[in-house]
Write a protein that binds this ligand. Structure first.
Ligand code: GUN
Length: 288
């Protein structure tokens, strides 16, 4: 029977520290960290995510500016807004919630955000920095997952980590972070042969595929630590509920520790966004 990694508590603890740091920055340096959050369109899940991000900012004393743009917004209009935010010295972080409507090229949007204000860590300059081990802005979900793994396991060196999924947002940066910690890293994806056998070798298993209950108990080595990044909405017994990519009940009988959904990686993603926003503000003010 495994222990459940309480991502909510972990996030609350990190946010308490950040809150103290934010008030110190204001008292000592008259610096008020500020993030601009841009939501284009009406995607219901994105609306929930943005609301949660803004709420956390309020709790920590971070200033947040919401820009809500219509479904029919042009790429040109969005790029003009990003340009304005890039040039506003009171704004330290810029986040454009993904996905954006199909008339907008998301790559062009991410490329337009100043790397110093890219609190998502998605700009190619920040991706490149992560690749060569000179981390600047690190993507929030992998960063939060790494923090929980290090808290649970201490030194990760020599452990075999298997990452399921190769997305730019989670899978690839997660693999890079684990490699930096001297893990042996395997990335598996939709074209991988015999995923199950590879997962069975993992000391650390990170699931980021977006498929409900994809990882079964017999894929998991006894004692492994399992991080479930998935957030999938399913209908069960006539009710809608959120589940991860891991069959939580069965896998928790085998793993030594596992993150739940909800209450695992999700809260840590938002806490790390706050962390990146404070770091961006300090960097732009020349304080680090
Ligand atoms: N959509 C889903 N996850 C994310 C995220 O981490 N950042 C942004 N900007 N959009 C997302």
């Amino acid at each position: 029977m495994s222990s459940v990694i309480d991502g909510k508590q972990f996030a609350d603890d990190l946010c308490e520290k950040l809150k103290a740091e934010v008030s110190e920055l204001e008292a000592q340096h008259q610096l008020l960290p500020c993030i601009a959050v841009v939501l284009v369109g009406e995607d219901p899940a994105s609306q929930v995510y943005v609301r949660n991000k803004v709420r956390r900012c309020e709790q920590l004393g971070i200033r947040s500016i919401e820009h809500r743009l219509g479904d029919d917004t042009t790429e040109e209009a969005l790029l003009a807004l990003i340009d304005e935010l890039n040039n506003d010295s009171a704004v330290h972080g810029i986040l454009v919630q993904l996905p954006v409507p199909e008339q907008i090229n998301d790559k062009a949007v991410l490329a337009a955000i100043s790397p110093a204000k890219d609190v998502d860590g998605f700009h190619v300059e920040n991706v490149g920095a992560l690749t060569v081990g000179e981390n600047q802005m690190v993507p929030c979900t992998p960063l939060g997952s790494l923090m929980m793994l290090q808290d649970r396991l201490g030194d990760l060196s020599g452990k075999h980590a298997v990452v399921i999924g190769r997305s730019n947002i989670v899978g690839k940066p997660m693999a890079l972070l684990l490699l930096q910690q001297s893990c042996t890293v395997t990335i598996v994806h939709s074209r991988t042969k015999n995923i199950e056998a590879l997962c069975q070798q993992a000391d650390i298993l990170v699931a980021a595929v977006g498929r409900p209950h994809f990882v079964k108990a017999d894929w998991v080595k006894p004692g492994a630590v399992v991080i479930d990044v998935g957030i999938n909405r399913i209908e069960q017994d006539g009710k809608s509920r959120l589940v991860g990519d891991v069959d939580f009940d069965a896998v928790s009988e085998v793993a030594s520790a596992i993150t739940p959904v909800p209450g695992g990686v999700g809260p840590m993603t938002i806490a790390c966004l706050m962390y990146n926003t404070v770091a961006a503000a300090k960097m732009q003010q020349g304080l680090v």
